[in-house]
Design a protein around this ligand. Sequence first.
Ligand code: AMP
Length: 432
Amino acid sequence: MMKAIKAPRGTRDILPPDTALWNFVEAAVRDVFRAYNFQEIRTPIFESTELFARGVGEETDIVSKEMFTWEDRGRAESDKGQSLTLRPEATAGIVRAYIEHKMWDRGLNKFFCIGPMFRRERPQKGRYRQFYQIDAEVIGPASSGSDLPARDAEILEMLATLLHRLGITHWNLELNSVGSSQERVKFNEALRVALEPVKDKMCVDCQRRAVTNPLRVLDCKVPEDQPIIDKLPRITDFLEDESRKHFDAVQNILTKVGVPFSINTRLVRGLDYYTRTAFEFTHGALGAQNAILGGGRYDGLSEALGGPAAPGIGFAIGEDRLILSLQEKTPAEAVVRRPGVYVAPMAGMNADAAQLARELRRHDLVVELGDENFRLKKSFEAADKAGAKYILIVGENEVKADAFALKNLATGEQVQIGRAELAAWLKARIVP
Ligand code: AMP
């Protein structure tokens, strides 16, 4: 036998019945987001590399180590040599589209998108090279209110609603404010000074970060470094009036609407255009990869991408991890729609069976259709395998009488139902 080909490292097939769980999640997302007036946007899966270099940041792990990048061999001269990259995240593409289509005329834009992202990471449980994100962004000119704290609170409350709707409990919302870019410059400087006498006792990554980007020291997970990090200055002490008021307002709304949160002053995002609110939802059952989603405000991003000032805030849910935390309680079997009825034709009855199946399917029933070559025993086995609730035999006598025998495969109970009543009878007995 020839050597079989496997899916590339870090990618995986999502198979039925699990796909039913993915669809269940995505249907809930669409439903919940619609109530908050978010609309779907679909941007390309690959973009010019420069977009991510500018939009995510050259010094991030994503851009410096993890992107799938290639040079376009293009047919047209103008394409040749262009550097392209599979998107590692969605925000940059969405903000690019906002600028490209001059969407500021529409006032406040609320977008969402669901799709695959690509990062060359070391694969492990909950971490893949092709993974899926559910992403939402609110963006518009400041005159549309896109910079106001009510927007931040609204998307956080929307996330709490979505998790509740999916039956996911025991999540933690960690919240912080990273201030304005000026406030962060001062904070960074204070960190640099505080790290100077202690950095030699820290891990090699932190020794490097202490010089290049002190903010990122706060992300360190090495246990021995934690006592040192706990004593470092906190961003909250560097917030000035405006940022403090903004952060207070977000917290007030969350408290009023009943969304629990905790402040994590170590939650930061290292890039200049990230401002003010930063957040993460974690879930205990996920182990090391415990972040289900992250997000924050990026008031300077549009300008960094060559657009006009357009404050915005957004988040990305890791759909793979969301599904992992869901699977504990909701197995795919609970949401998959198995056939309500297996239509089994006797010899020579394929055409009649197809006609009957067509009628039933038009009534939104899930129907599996057998074949006249199957013996009755094989039809029963196939119906069982397909997970059908009933089996319906189509023989000459049944067609003549215009009535069919339906057998409940679990109980063995059998009834005779006229063709005209069939669809309604089945629908009343099958949970959609
Ligand atoms: P980020 O864009 O890095 O803030 O990621 C947002 C969310 O996407 C994270 O909270 C994770 O749930 C998910 N995520 C990020 N990277 C991966 C990955 N390699 N595999 C699976 N999920 C991921």
